[in-house]
Design a protein around this ligand. Structure first.
Ligand code: HEM
Length: 116
């Protein structure tokens, strides 16, 4: 099951936020494009770990965008982090769960700033 299916199971209210990207058909190219943008955003966070100023700019950029989405809540992002960190071991070899979790929690502390 995709991470967005899991997100909507956990937070049904969040689904309506994705109407612009055709969430009613999660196989659609529009929703596929959206999922790619999210995964690229996550990939960038991970690849910028250790490059402090570039990482800070990227987090600030995505934070600002998410502050503008109607209905956005910090708990949705923490929920997504939980779902993703449970899935990463299935796609990465030699996954160090504790290191990933510790680094990404730091990232998400900034990513969720200002969200209710
Ligand atoms: C790992 C977590 C996440 C990352 C890295 C991420 C990243 C992104 C990126 C890169 C975009 C595209 C921005 C653009 O148009 O340039 C986006 C859009 C968006 N994200 Fe997130 N996101 C995450 C989680 C979430 C969650 C949990 C929610 C809400 C439940 C959310 C709500 C939205 C909305 C509403 C959009 C706009 C969709 C549209 O184009 O209409 N995001 N996100």
């Amino acid at each position: 099951m995709s991470f967005f299916h899991r997100l909507f199971e956990k937070f049904p209210d969040s689904k309506a936020m994705f109407s612009r990207v055709n969430v009613d058909d999660m196989q659609s190219p529009e929703f596929g494009g959206h999922m790619l943008r999210v995964l690229n955003g996550l990939d960038l966070f991970i690849n910028l770990l250790g490059e402090d100023s570039a990482l800070d700019s990227q987090i600030e950029h995505l934070n600002r965008q998410h502050l503008n989405y109607d209905g956005m809540k910090a708990s949705y992002l923490w929920g997504m982090l939980d779902i993703l960190t449970n899935s990463l071991p299935t796609v990465l070899d030699d996954y160090d769960a504790l290191s990933f979790k510790n680094c990404l929690v730091e990232v998400f502390n900034d990513y969720t700033k200002g969200l209710p």
